[in-house]
Design a protein around this ligand. Sequence first.
Ligand SMILES: Nc1ncnc2c1ncn2[C@@H]1O[C@H](COP(=O)(O)OP(=O)(O)O)[C@@H](O)[C@H]1O
Ligand SMILES: [Mg+2]
Length: 235
Amino acid sequence: MLIERAYAHVASAPPDEWPWSVPCVRELLEDGLRFTAPVTFLVGENGSGKSTLVEALAEGFGLDSYGGSHDWRYASPRPKSPLGERVRFDPTAHGRRMMSDWAARKGFFLRAETALDALGREGVGPDSISHGEGFLAAFRDRFTRPGLYVMDEPEAALSFTSCLELIGHLNRLVESGGQVVCATHSPLLTALPGADIIEVGEHGTRRTAWSDLALVDHWRRYLADPRSYLRHILD
Ligand SMILES: Nc1ncnc2c1ncn2[C@@H]1O[C@H](COP(=O)(O)OP(=O)(O)O)[C@@H](O)[C@H]1O
Ligand SMILES: [Mg+2]
């Protein structure tokens, strides 16, 4: 685990303007966001601010908001967002060296929309493999160094079995001293033992147990009886 808190100080943050209008961003400015486990999942409804938050964390760490690894930022002079450029981190004892030296920072920002491009740059041949296979090939071969791995809905491209494999890779990253922050809607991924789950919403952020997550409850009930949901939609 490398970082135990993220925060940002911004001189002017008009509360009616994005991204300052997003409740979890306001909380980041006011209180910061604490990390208490090597894997943190961010869950919440569409539009709750998960992507805004993970992009800012990735940028603050020195990863390109477009997606890609620590090496890519040298090739891409994209300006940081007003939030991303203000994000700072409190390192753990273990993460102090990496956080004090930009060149020592390792990691990857995986976002569904740009993953194929980003992985192509990493030398994972996107032509010969499907989106999901590319994700997994990258994890198997390249995402091995301790670093900060930020992901935005990685399950979008993955089958059930591939999601299980992804959990194995996340666990391996953590065992090698890395850290993962992952926005997700997946009841499968969030079940990783020992992971921290943060619910993002109108309230800002709050820690929740897997078994108390609304998404887990919905999936359970839907799988037990799809019609209990579908009758409201299809009638
Ligand atoms: N580039 C942007 N400009 C303006 N508003 C944005 C932008 N990106 C996202 N938003 C708004 O910020 C809010 C949070 O969006 P987002 O972080 O994408 O949520 P999530 O990833 O949880 O679905 C939404 O209301 C969305 O419309
Ligand atoms: Mg999103």
